[in-house]
Design a protein around this ligand. Sequence first.
Ligand SMILES: [Zn+2]
Length: 384
Amino acid sequence: MLPELSREEILRYSRHLLVPEVGLNGQRKLKGSSALIIGSGGLGSPVALYLAAAGVGHIGLVDYDVVEESNLQRQIVHGTGMVGRLKVDSARTRLLDLNPAIQVDAFNESFTSANAMRIAEPFDIIIDGTDNFPTRYLTNDLCVLTDKPNVYGAIHRFEGQASVFYAREGPCYRCLFPEPPPPGLVPSCAEAGVLGILPGTIGTIQATEAIKFLLGIGSSLSGRLLLYDALDMSFEYVKLKKNPECKVCGAHPEVTALIDYNEFCGVPGLEHEEGPEGREWDITARELSAQLKRGKPLRLIDVREPHELAISHIKGAENIPLGELAGALSKLDPSQEIVLFCKKGSRSRRGLELLASAGFKNVKNLRGGINAWAMEVDRSLPIY
Ligand SMILES: [Zn+2]
């Protein structure tokens, strides 16, 4: 039984009611449907806004992060007044302002194998708005195991992808990519940068696919991967086939329960995490500043990309971008003390691991990167 629409709802959704493919029944379907959006960031923002505006009756939001100023360039569900607040609370407030007639559930937790089933259970469709590998595989496996459609989107600088993975009728994400890439191979958004509008385009495509699925209209991206390039404004499609040997949706699945993959460098949140691992290799900005003032001989290496030097730099540092570090090992002296830094500390940690595995013993990582330096030592530098 579909829920009835109130007089206010009929007025609110009149432009939908005028579309024959939606109409009164379609709008009632949307009111009776539910969608879980994983991530309230760049992709999750337009998805959440459009699903709320369209009248999807029950929306779930999963995110454990807090709104930061550097999010606002693309995460349009949040506003300046919400900086410092939980993303799910900020997004929920905005969605209920947009459409007070819907129910919005906020899950302020990271999405893991322990809670994914419980959180996803009441929802008709899952939208992956996180753009990191552990959650992407978790979401895929969850959707296959629970027979729910997974609306996929991914972004990188000027390029995006989208698809619908619904194992009942087509391939799943693992049919394409059976296993996650090795840790450290994929840069996160914070490192790689992203054109702010790009998640808007891809997220809006995800929202469109979700609405079409909930209404049961059109032909979906299931079985097709959309490749979008903002620079040449091109849309291309790659046909996807179900892999009969797929580890999760194939005839003899190996994956029969949810798996938590180790954290990758592509995971948002890792950059501002100060995990116990590698801590003895860390040096704080204040310690480094004191050592430099005392004239301690050390080689300060900035592993950021050259264009980042225009934003901020530390005097006396030499620039060897992380990607060129392996090729520059012969120019470094393993007996000399080396301090590596980047923007926030995760690229330099990878650089440190590289040097350590090459036998360097006297290497330190500036904890929190040049941003920590800008906060604690040289306040004239901008934080980015
Ligand atoms: Zn599969």
